[in-house]
Design a protein around this ligand. Sequence first.
Ligand code: GTP
Length: 850
Amino acid sequence: MPMSTKATKKIKLNDLAKSLALGNNDIIECLEKLDGVSRKTQAALSPEEVSYVFEYFTQNNQVENFDAYFANTVKPAEEPKPKKAEKKAEPKTEKKPEPKAEEKKAEPKAEEKKPEVKAEEKKPEVKKEEPKAEEKKPEPKPEKKPEKKKEKKEAKKQDHGVKMQLGGGSSFGSDDSKGYTVSESTDDHSDGKRRTVDTRGSYIELDKYNEKYDNMATSKQGNKNDNFRKKQKITQKSQQYKKQQHSHKKETEQDKLNRLALEKARKQQLKVMIPDEIVVSELASRLKVTATEVIKKLMALGVFASINEVVDFDTASLVAEELGAKVEKEVHITIEERLIEDEADAPESLEDRCPVVVVMGHVDHGKTSILDRIRNANVAEGEAGGITQHIGAYQVKCNGQKITFLDTPGHEAFTSMRARGANITDIAILVVAADDGIMPQTVESINHAKAAGVSVIVAINKMDKEGADPDRVKQQLTEHELVVEEWGGDVIAVPVSAKTGMGIDELLENVLLVAEVKELKANPNRLAKGAVIEARLDKGKGPVATLLVQNGTLHAGDVIIAGTSVGRVRTMTDYRGRPITEAGPSTPVEITGLGEVPTAGETFNAVEDEKLARELVEQRKHEAKEDEFKKFQKVTLDNLFSQISEGEMKELPIIVKADVQGSVEAVRQSLEKISNEEVRVRVIHGAVGAVNESDVMLANASNAIIVGFNVRPDPVAKANAEQDGVEIRLYRIIYDAIEEITDAMKGMLAPKYREVETARVEVRQVYKISSVGTVAGCYVLDGKIGRNDLIRVVRDGIIVADDKMSSLKRFKDDAKEVSEGFECGITLEKFSDIKEGDIFEGYIMEEYRD
Ligand SMILES: Nc1nc2c(ncn2[C@@H]2O[C@H](COP(=O)(O)OP(=O)(O)OP(=O)(O)O)[C@@H](O)[C@H]2O)c(=O)[nH]1
């Protein structure tokens, strides 16, 4: 018989049917219920499937107790007594059988257990029994089938097994030894109490049992005893796992669901969000794979990163795509991005706006006078010292069109402000006095205008003056790449006189002309944004700011944020001081309502969410503080020179601690003598004793260095100094201290370096590759050779070259480092005369201090 004693072997469906005295269709039908697949008669069934078939057919054919069954066999006419039995059997048969793979687990136990269970009785009897059954009771298959089907149906309806239906007429022997494991109940058989077949036992020697069963099956009998055996066997098997099945069934269903969900998820391509940088472990978890898989993929890409290392977006997305995931860039939206509208305006939303013009030029060339002439007001005379002190903004009308002017300060000290002025404007009027020509600040103005991409119109002023020489100005302009139109260039130069008013209209007309060419547009229907032109604190009004709206429309009551200043627009006036409720693009306004005075040149934005705006301001303040903190650097001898050269250090405060008072004084005098022109050394404190906590506090507060002679810092002082970044220098000889501080002041405290050997590598083969050069096929003898190591080429104990590595490869991939015992390919930057047997000594230069 094909039915194997080994559970791992597959059994053909028709063989199984034969063995069970069933039709092939019965089995096909049964298995179809398991998974909906219709099998062929020759199909090989897995142990699970066989088990399922057993379960299925036996749950309808359980024997509840042998006594009852035997009784039946003796009195075939008697119906099995089932009420009680049925009840008892119910829980057993409630559960739908499911194939279990654990069958085998029971085997060893079964073997152990068997002798306990009336082995003596069973064994000989089985042998006796079998031939009996074979000879005596051949049971024709056809009889069997309908009965089974019926039972099956019944079982289905009732959802429980039917007891021992095949007992009637059977001539099964009266012995209860059938080769099954039967355990007695505590009740004694002889006392008339019923014995129970414990089919739940897990100590079944299945192999042996199956063997017997096979033998029985091969005998081809149809007798009822055999059938009973089969069923009994089947029952036993099914009962064996009954208990487990209850829980396993649930688990299995759950597992099935999980599996289906997993499969579904797998089918849908995994989407991963990857930020600019991601740690390998995090990438693995997002990709739902192990870190090893990610590391392998990285290696395949030539990236050697450990689980905790960070890889960039490009690398991570390559790995993710390799693993079949769809990558999306993870973008962190800051409060700023949430709060401030920053999309570009649709072309159809754009409307013409008037030009914003800045007047630039050398001091006293007449900027204010020209603006005054334009505004028909003489402001210049009212100014302190005749110098324009602040950026002001005005609007004028020319031929019915508006022009916004920003009056920039002309003094050198306002250079940075002027630069800002150029950045927010469209057109720069470069004022050059005709008599004076181009001066340093004129050049500076030209450069600012160029850098800001602003169109330049030259106003050659003071034409009324004697000695006015516009041609000389034009000539000088060409030296700065500004070629006037009449000389073939594209720069408009208008001769004007602020004093007489000559050429002023023509200047304005040209401004409008240039503006038209520039097609200046903005979208008035959005939240306003622009720049702070100037700001001051007014005693009565609080912070007052002059703003230039560059895009959108600013309304009274809008929440605006400018740098670290936030507030609602309380009052808004135009350049003439008249209250207005809204201001469109290119309009300068003066507003009140901000919480604090914003910085001139800052951009401002009208926002919708005041709370969020305040949050953003807090964040900006925090960042500003951090920046400030970073800027503040503690003085150390290493950074002393750079601080001196940056002008940050005018005085070097020193705290001197020594073992005796005499030393303190000697050190104080010696150190104070080494002051030079840039920096003065000043001992702010000197005392006898160890460097203590209070010394560190003083040094921290006054940005001083602590110098100790023959003393040590106490542990608290040491810890505090490390935490606060206070430098403590300890010496035993005064001369050393003086020398070091002098050197530091001169910027001569050069760092010291030493060589640290990293690896010894032997050249085993040399390849000449035309595109690459000479590649040394190497073996790392000891240490770890790193990609950035320097290489000393040693041949027969003589250094033949000292070079840098230009590539380090493991096979075809670039490697960061290669360890002892591994092979690698090395190319050197300059040296190519590499020979087999050369030794590469890898080393690095390490900075150190004594
Ligand atoms: N003759 C003559 N003098 C002028 C003309 N324009 C300005 N000035 C004089 O030149 C001097 C400087 O003029 P401002 O308008 O103050 O020059 P500015 O460039 O604004 O000077 P800052 O504000 O200091 O940069 C004043 O005394 C003006 O009266 C002009 O067209 N002709």
